[in-house]
Design a protein around this ligand. Structure first.
Ligand SMILES: Nc1ncnc2c1ncn2[C@@H]1O[C@H](COP(=O)(O)OP(=O)(O)OP(=O)(O)O)[C@@H](O)[C@H]1O
Length: 292
């Protein structure tokens, strides 16, 4: 079972501009008899945008947790940079949204780092918070209570919080889930701007690939203990997804968007829940149980 104390499987390395930000070798993660993935080899380069897709419960958040060191691998090894930023899944905050200002939220990102307390620590903290707010264009509303801000503004502040540590690897757990298309676009642009300006690698867990499709270099697609890694053109195909799901899945490109028909659930793209009435020619006759 996944164990945070399996520290020997995860090595944190000093950030090195010449090295990849993360390398999985023959990695395995399981909870009891449930294997989320096995024999996973994946190297994430600086500046790379990796989307993590898959149905509910396939292990997307667990993948981020391994990178964060919250879950230990059950096999293989992981080497990862110490410069990680994290945008967690949005959820109801315990604190009073009218009592917490945007800059307080961003400051929490600094408090987790190594700048200490005292006057120098406070000045340093203030500079880091101000720089992160400016980077995401949130200075104007940084002193407003979180509860008065729109979902898009709040998400911008969460991005700022993740940037306070100057990450080389930015982990994003469904950061678009409650945003309208305009704000989805703004937040993705913000993350991609960081990727381009600082060569920061992005690992982006999402149920919807379309808002990020223009930016994605590679996809890690997890389904029922199996996975595929490749460019969107390699992975998001009728043949590959049918093989991965072990059932008939059809992938259509409509106006530069991906529409997936079939699969276990309807979550990851413009996805039509009704399976086709007859198997597609590509899927017909294919073995249904195809390990990866
Ligand atoms: N600490 C844990 N102990 C036991 N099982 C766990 C633990 N963490 C995750 N799991 C199980 O591992 C599976 C993968 O969970 P995970 O949250 O990674 O999936 P996900 O792909 O992110 O799902 P979703 O799309 O619903 O957010 C689930 O079945 C979950 O119940």
């Amino acid at each position: 079972m996944a164990d945070p104390d399996h520290s020997s499987a995860r090595t944190v390395i000093d950030d090195d501009p010449a090295a990849p930000v993360a390398t999985f070798e023959r990695a395995r993660l399981a909870f009891g008899s449930r294997v989320l993935w096995d024999d996973l080899d994946l190297t994430i380069s600086r500046g790379e945008f990796v989307a993590v897709l898959g149905p509910n419960g396939s292990g997307k958040t667990s993948f981020l947790r391994c990178l964060l060191g919250q879950y230990g691998l059950d096999g293989g090894r992981l080497e990862v940079t110490d410069a990680i930023g994290y945008i967690p899944q949005q959820h109801a905050d315990d604190s009073d949204p009218m009592a917490m200002r945007g800059r307080d939220l961003v400051g929490f990102g600094v408090d987790g780092s190594r700048w200490g307390v005292g006057l120098r620590g406070r000045l340093r903290r203030r500079r880091l918070v101000d720089a992160a707010l400016a980077e995401v264009g949130a200075t104007a509303y940084a002193n407003a209570p979180m509860g008065l801000l729109s979902g898009g503004e709040q998400q911008r502040l969460r991005v700022a919080q993740a940037l306070t540590t100057n990450p080389s690897l930015l982990l994003c757990d469904e950061p678009l889930s409650s945003l309208d298309p305009t704000n989805q676009h703004r937040v993705v642009e913000l993350i991609d701007e960081r990727r381009r300006s600082a060569n920061t690698a992005v690992v982006f867990v999402t149920h919807e690939i379309n808002p990020i499709l223009p930016y994605v270099d590679r996809v890690l697609y997890l389904v029922g203990g199996r996975f595929r890694i490749g460019t969107p053109d390699e992975v998001m195909t009728t043949g590959t997804l049918s093989e991965l799901y072990g059932s008939d899945v059809e992938v259509l490109r409509v106006n530069r968007r991906l529409v997936v028909i079939g699969g276990e659930d309807s979550h990851h793209c413009d996805h039509l829940a009704e399976p086709p009435t007859s198997p597609t020619p590509a899927a017909a006759g294919r073995e249904r149980d195809t390990g990866v």
